[in-house]
Design a protein around this ligand. Structure first.
Ligand SMILES: NC(=O)CC[C@H](N)C(=O)O
Length: 227
């Protein structure tokens, strides 16, 4: 499986993401600069964490207007997996690929530590290799991870089973402990915790690798069925 790791000015988890895919997962990945306009050669799109454009205006707001985002939308519309982690999640929200918005952490402090995350749904292309309800450990590292949506949007997220991850102990004030949501179709996932930083035991957890393995396994299944 061939992944694109989209790089914005100020991305700082792009190399971790590439390492997770090529070294830990043993799949292909290439960096794609934010001014590019074609992602059609790739099977999966990864938007890594960081501080795109210095988090000016709001985190993710300027990244969301990059030329590459039209291509991300096109590939998402084809049903390809699109994963935004941390700043990548913020960009997906600002680009309108996912509902809601990100506010500053309730504490107004940057939080960087490992944290318990509950897998709320394991029947998706991103979570199929987890147990339903499993508690995993992933690192978080953000200043604006306080997910907000209005009641109507939250009801829709629940009704459509779009909440894939919640915090066991809410660190940032997110509505209903939300740590990760997908779109209605289930192929675009945004999450604040960093799976790419938990792909080998040396890093303290391999729980993030399971997410990438789920993507590959689902892609292989659908690829075999379609050919
Ligand atoms: N690690 C990251 O992606 C940081 C995300 C973001 N810019 C924040 O601090 O909220």
């Amino acid at each position: 499986m061939k992944f694109a790791v989209v790089v914005f000015p100020g991305s700082n988890c792009d190399r971790d993401m590439l390492h997770a895919i090529t070294d830990a997962l043993q799949e292909e990945a290439s960096f794609v600069w934010h001014t590019e306009t074609d992602l059609s050669p790739y099977d999966g799109i990864l938007l890594p964490g960081g501080f795109s454009h210095g988090d000016y205006l709001r985190s993710g707001a300027m990244g969301a207007t990059a030329p590459i985002m039209q291509a991300v939308k096109q590939e998402a519309a084809k049903g390809k997996p699109v994963l935004g982690v941390c700043n990548g999640f913020q960009i997906l929200l600002e680009a309108g690929l996912l509902p809601g918005a990100m506010l500053r952490n309730e504490s107004l402090s940057f939080i960087c530590r490992n944290i318990g995350i509950k897998v709320r749904r394991n029947n998706t292309m991103f979570t199929s290799k987890y147990e339903q309800g499993e508690e995993i450990i992933l690192p978080i590292a953000h200043g604006e991870g306080n997910y907000f949506c209005d009641d109507q949007t939250y009801e829709a997220l629940q009704r459509n089973n779009q909440i894939l991850f919640t915090y066991s102990n809410n660190p940032n004030g997110s509505v209903q402990d939300i740590a990760g949501i997908c779109n209605e179709r289930g192929n675009v996932l945004g999450m604040m915790p960093h799976p790419e930083r938990a792909v080998e035991s040396l890093l303290g957890s391999t729980d993030g690798l399971t997410l990438f393995q789920s993507i590959v396994s689902n892609w292989r299944e659908s690829h075999v069925l379609n050919t």
